[in-house]
Design a protein around this ligand. Sequence first.
Ligand code: HEM
Ligand SMILES: *[C@@H]1O[C@H](CO)[C@@H](O)[C@H](O)[C@H]1NC(C)=O
Length: 328
Amino acid sequence: MASINLCSLSRFILLLLPILLQFHSGNCELQLNYYEQSCPKAEEIIKQQVINLYHKHGNTAVSWVRNLFHDCMVKSCDASLLLETSNGIESEKESERSFGMRNFKYVNTIKEAVEKECPSTVSCADIVALSARDGIVMLGGPHAEMKTGRKDSKESYASVLEDFIPNHNDTISLVLSRFQSIGIDVERTVALLGAHSVGRVHCVNLVHRLYPTVDPTLDPDYADYLKGRCPTPYPDPNAVLYARNDRETPMILDNMYYKNILNHKGPLIVDQQLASDPKTSPFVEKMAADNGYFHEQFANAIVLLSENNPLTGDQGEVRKDCRFVNAN
Ligand code: HEM
Ligand SMILES: *[C@@H]1O[C@H](CO)[C@@H](O)[C@H](O)[C@H]1NC(C)=O
């Protein structure tokens, strides 16, 4: 409550006395350890939940990374992704671009643990961000210093989602411009795609590279592997037919992704293009050669992504249940 009042007050002062601008230290913006006073154990509880869930279902950590991308890329890091379809408004989770996303029910597990300690205090948007941060560490990735203080949206952006989240076969130019528009440069975009070092790709997203003819840019042995995983050109979209993003270290967030795509072993067209496009290939080579450099760029980029246009202060709300806006 105190921080909301302080925040509105400072907005009011800002309105009257623009000269005070220089003293306005960003009460309405994200900050490190935003819940220090209101819920001191919040970050620890989230981390413990992420660790417990990882030990039960390792792929939850993978989901937290993809969740951050799909939530933050679309307008704002505001947990709009997590809303269920209601009142005829489609959920972002139901969109075609969200195909294959999983483990949403375990977001509720994390939220419940936090609610038990501090009711109606910690936003779902911060749970999306912090679970990604902690999930990255569980996957052997770098630690990212992440700020908090995001609020939750009251709406879903499913109808405009495709203007933000690229498709698996989009051009690198389009991908770069989407990231550029939220302040993420070419090098950091290349780093973020390194998230495809973990997890899976369903056959629906790659059969067009195998049938009727095999995409000549694919390594032939790798194409055989993919055909083995996806034996028909018309996979049942509901069947769980998928290939590993990275066959060598499928659950480690490392630079194997870059080595794979340089060897023509990238499952998606967008992955393969990253290695061949002259705008991105120098960074791909640098990251393939140096895991430490990849981790440094990845941590930096994931923080930028997590800070995309958040709702703060008295904007939005803190949802009680991440799946639904609060009842008034
Ligand atoms: C150009 C941008 C991107 C495109 C077109 C794209 C597309 C895709 C597609 C088609 C899949 C496979 C889904 C399935 O069939 O199950 C996937 C998986 C995944 N993506 Fe991306 N992605 C992009 C960027 C990112 C970024 C920036 C991140 C995170 C930083 C990310 C994280 C993931 C993860 C972790 C998975 C595996 C999910 C799982 O196994 O459950 N992606 N992506
Ligand atoms: C990209 O893939 C989708 C199916 O996921 C397809 O409808 C679309 O035509 C493809 N676009 C291009 C440019 O190949």
